[in-house]
Design a binder for this molecule. Structure first.
Ligand code: MF3
Ligand code: CO
Ligand code: CO
Length: 254
């Protein structure tokens, strides 16, 4: 079931989304060679609490049999696609670092992620990062009352595959706002004119995970850490947006 949000609910999701975005601004200033992902997570945790919100990932229960997610954000480096668990790993010069923050403010969820280039990243990583961010915005441009999720996925897929990159299939964007993960599923691949009809008042994420090599992924025994099947790089950007009559209203801007 897809929740249609009213104007007051959308403003509350925006407040939460703005905080998530400002959290990324804050943590990016501490992202440099030598810092551990645990240290970055501690900064995220304290910043979110200081602003009266809760980190949605902390204690988040995934599928049966996996441990609850033990941190306040996901930090995924290089070949780690998503759901990297902050730990003692040290950030190095040349790393492609994805940070994904989801806040709960006044009961409403905002979800956003960015990729960061630390120091001198190999040229392919720079291109991958740029193509991924561009593809997210091309997908978002397809969002309006009456268009279809296939239009969004198609725009993303076409842009990245033209550059030899691939779209992760296993994870998708999602409705968000009242719960962390709501309907609909938002694939980052697809066919124009197909898929769920998009309607005003829907709130969902567009969060393409784009791989340098094959689109396949593996999930490590911790049940969370997701890596590329070929060990090559992966990038991701994510916004939460609300659908309006004439387009997408991005709710995760600082
Ligand atoms: N923020 C992620 C998303 O975009 C979900 C992370 S769930 C976690 O949907 F448990 F891994 F943190
Ligand atoms: Co998301
Ligand atoms: Co996210």
């Amino acid at each position: 079931m897809i929740y249609i949000k009213n104007a007051q609910q959308i403003e509350k999701i925006r407040k939460s989304g703005q905080l998530a975005s400002r959290t990324l601004d804050m943590v990016s200033e501490h992202l440099r060679p030598g810092v551990t992902t645990k240290r970055l997570d501690d900064l995220v945790h304290d910043f979110i609490l200081k602003h009266g919100a809760i980190p949605a990932t902390l204690g988040y229960k995934g599928s049966k049999g996996t441990i609850p997610f033990p941190a306040s954000c996901c930090i995924s480096i290089n070949e780690v696609v998503v759901h990297g668990i902050p730990n003692g790993r040290v950030v190095n010069d040349g790393d492609l670092v994805k940070i994904d923050v989801t806040t709960i403010l006044d009961g409403f969820f905002g979800d956003t992620a960015r990729s960061f280039l630390v120091g001198q990243v190999p040229e392919v990583g720079v291109r991958l990062c740029k193509a991924t961010e561009e593809s997210m915005y091309l997908g978002i441009k397809e969002v309006r009352d009456g268009s279809r999720l296939g239009d969004v996925g198609h725009a993303i897929q076409t842009h990245v595959e033209a550059q030899g990159f691939s779209v992760v299939r296993y994870f998708v964007g999602h409705g968000v706002g009242i719960h962390f993960h709501e309907d609909p599923c938002v694939p980052h691949y697809g066919q124009r004119g197909r898929g769920q009809r998009i309607r005003s008042g829907m709130v969902f994420t567009v969060e393409p995970m784009i791989n340098e090599g094959v689109f396949g992924i593996d999930i490590l025994p911790d049940g969370w850490t997701t890596v590329t099947a070929d060990g090559k790089l992966s990038a991701q950007f994510e916004h939460t947006l609300a659908v309006t009559g004439d387009g997408a209203d991005i709710l995760t801007l600082s």
